[in-house]
Ligand binder design. Structure first.
Ligand code: ADP
Ligand code: ZN
Length: 210
């Protein structure tokens, strides 16, 4: 199964993507994680992406399209994958279509803007492995420490309130039009984000299986 997860920043698409991947035994591919990894290891790609990311802007299409093409060509993607955070613009979606990869379904996780802003302030990520947590919804076992690798949990620079508003604006302007794009292809499924992660997961799994 080849899936795309759409949704505003902080809507929980990454969390849901991970659950579905485990269930279906396919990789989750997050352009945000790949870019943060590149940034941390100081590669050329990382340096290019840094200023955009920290300002809450999108990294240029050619950079992310290149990343995704390389990643999807790897062996573990043969039986399917979940794209988390790609495509984010119409040109990215067109590039994906042009590459001949046929997406089965697009899951859009919907959460109203007011809730997003409140949620983002509680979000934390592992400095070391990139795993994500939330102070209210998804606690680590030990405060401030990553369950899977023991790394320190930090707030992402782009999760600070001012940047969150910029990212939401970018989402509405550049990413939301993808809903109509995939609706036209008959692939769009909408999932209303719930208060509890497990409730959203139940709806997501249903949307994937339908
Ligand atoms: P979130 O979904 O919470 O916004 P991500 O981890 O998906 O966060 O992305 C973080 C940042 O990485 C984005 O704000 C953007 O700068 C960059 N980025 C990730 N994916 C893309 C993409 N497909 N196109 C352009 N920029 C991207
Ligand atoms: Zn970790």
């Amino acid at each position: 199964m080849k899936l795309i997860f759409l949704g505003a920043p902080g809507a929980g698409k990454g969390t849901q993507a991970e659950v579905v991947c485990k269930e279906l035994n396919i990789p989750a591919i997050s352009t945000g994680n790949i870019l943060r990894e590149a940034l941390k290891s100081g590669t050329e790609m990382g340096l290019k992406a840094k200023t955009y990311m920290e300002a809450g802007k999108l990294v240029p299409d050619d950079v992310v399209i290149g990343i995704i093409k390389d990643r999807l060509a790897e062996d573990d993607c043969k039986n399917g994958f979940v794209l988390d955070g790609f495509p984010r613009t119409i040109p990215q979606a067109e590039a994906l279509d042009a590459s001949g990869i046929v997406i089965d379904r697009v899951i859009d996780i919907e959460v109203p803007d007011e809730k997003i802003v409140a949620r983002m302030s509680g979000r934390r990520v592992c400095e070391q492995c990139g795993a994500s947590y939330h102070m209210l919804y998804k606690h680590p076992k030990v405060e401030g420490v990553c369950d899977s690798c023991g790394g320190t949990l930090v707030q992402r620079k782009d999760d600070h309130p001012d940047t969150v508003l910029d990212r939401l604006r970018v989402y509405h302007e550049q990413t939301e039009p993808l809903k109509a794009y995939y609706e036209k292809q008959g692939k769009l499924k909408i999932v209303e984000g719930q208060e509890e992660i497990a409730d959203t997961t139940a709806l997501t799994l249903k949307a994937v299986a339908e």
